[in-house]
Design a protein around this ligand. Structure first.
Ligand SMILES: Cc1cc2nc3c(=O)[nH]c(=O)nc-3n(C[C@H](O)[C@H](O)[C@H](O)COP(=O)(O)OP(=O)(O)OC[C@H]3O[C@@H](n4cnc5c(N)ncnc54)[C@H](O)[C@@H]3O)c2cc1C
Length: 392
């Protein structure tokens, strides 16, 4: 039996950032089921940081996280670089564009209105005019994140504090014994600690079930990304991340190609998500609907799960029905860009430190992220209330 102060289940961005934050406070062990960290959602994202997504709590978490992304990793590697995001609208989307500008403007002063002429200059392949896109908002504070650098850096910080991260450590059973959570993995290794952090992404409800903790009815939604050739007559490397203000399409440059996404949300069980033919075809159709690029070849494709709570705000807090069981779940489509904030919150709530001042000033409250608010919420509440829409 290996004992610790904190056991973190899940080695994605949520588990890794939480483990790094807890490590200075006690022996921390992070257990990952797969043979690589970040194998599931954290390794399949579009790696963007911007204010065009989520509700005001999510934007507050994003704003808090900026300082972390602006600095370098322990090894001196950049965690991110500035890379603007452009939110574009057809005539039918102008009301949503105004609402988005107002909401984003509460968290960044780097917004620029883009008219149709400027739109054509910035991304010449966009279909514009009466039948197409008419205007946009550029978020100049957006950033491209380096997910590998982030994951490695959090593990380096964990190990620097004497903590441990273990792959091929799939949690198979969880028991509460003498004030500790005792975990047994499928390889029959045993770990025990008084605090267990459930950061298992799409599997968080499953992990809770093993521990006899009431699930939060998280919903996993599959999203697909395709990679296509950029048109040779343009230099697409300078194009911004470009998304319709309503959730219909986005694309971004990547290593000389373009990534495109139909902003799909297909309900899925927790699984190793794979792209399905219909969603791949939809992604290609959206490229042709919004741009003049003919999709002749799909160079690469993948899918990943985005896992949400009922109100689409992540959850961080101890389970009211099980001592020492900490939920860190429901990071949805913003788990990378909010990870530094969620890590700071996890550290504060577990160690009993005060709620971070900066978060308070950004309007992020403990109750908005609490487990209790999900228990109290009307169970019939839709998974995507309109005010919380916005995806990446
Ligand atoms: C297509 C797509 C685009 C996205 N774009 C963005 C973006 O631009 N910006 C952004 O911020 N976010 C984005 N996201 C969302 C982001 O990827 C997620 O919010 C984030 O990765 C969730 O992290 P996580 O650590 O909770 O989950 P995961 O990365 O899935 O990690 C959970 C881990 O728990 C492990 N696990 C499960 N069960 C067990 C067990 N029994 N024992 C041990 N380990 C277990 C799993 O193997 C997994 O590695 C995107 C997601 C997708 C799919």
């Amino acid at each position: 039996m290996i004992t610790a102060d904190f056991l973190v289940v899940g080695g994605g961005i949520a588990g890794s950032s939480a483990a790094a934050g807890l490590a200075p406070h006690g022996r921390t062990i992070m257990l990952e089921a797969e043979d690589a960290f970040g194998y599931h959602s954290s390794g399949r994202s579009a790696t963007y940081y911007h204010f065009g997504i989520g509700n005001s709590t999510v934007r507050g978490l994003t704003a808090f996280s900026r300082r972390h992304f602006e600095s370098k990793t322990l090894k001196g590697v950049a965690r991110s670089h500035l890379s603007p995001a452009l939110f574009v609208a057809t005539s039918d989307m102008l009301t949503e564009m105004d609402a988005l500008r107002r909401e984003m403007g509460r968290f960044t002063d780097s917004l620029e209105h883009i008219d149709e002429v400027a739109l054509r200059k910035i991304v010449p392949v966009l279909k514009s005019g009466d039948e197409g896109l008419l205007a946009g908002i550029m978020d100049h504070s957006a950033r491209r994140l380096d997910s590998d650098a982030l994951l490695q850096d959090y593990r380096a910080a964990l190990s620097q504090e004497g903590g441990k991260s273990v792959t091929n450590a799939r949690v198979a059973s969880i028991e509460r014994k003498d004030g500790s959570w005792v975990i047994t993995t499928t390889r029959n290794e045993c770990y025990a600690a008084p605090v267990l952090v459930n950061a298992a992404g799409a599997w968080c409800d499953h992990v809770a079930g093993m521990a006899g903790v009431e699930p939060l009815e998280l919903k996993s939604l599959r999203r697909t990304i395709i990679s296509i050739d950029a048109p040779p007559e343009h230099d697409a490397r300078s194009w911004p991340f470009t998304k319709t203000v309503v959730d219909d399409f986005y694309m971004l440059p990547e290593s000389g190609r373009l990534l495109a996404c139909p902003v799909d949300e297909v309900p899925s069980d927790p699984t190793d998500a794979q792209p399905e033919d219909y969603d791949i075809a939809l992604a290609a159709a959206k490229v042709e609907e919004y741009t003049s690029i003919p999709v002749r070849r799909i160079a690469h494709k993948w899918a990943g799960l985005r896992t949400f709570t009922r109100d689409r705000v992540p959850v961080a807090g101890f389970a009211p029905d099980a001592a020492g069981f900490f939920w860190l779940a429901g990071q949805g489509g913003y788990g990378l860009q909010t990870a530094p904030a969620m890590s700071a919150i996890t550290e504060a709530l577990i160690t009993g430190a005060p709620w971070p001042d900066d978060l308070e000033q950004l309007g992020v409250t403990e109750s908005a992220l609490s487990v209790e608010r999900l228990k109290q919420a009307d169970k019939n509440t839709e998974v995507a209330p309109p005010e919380a829409r916005g995806n990446a």
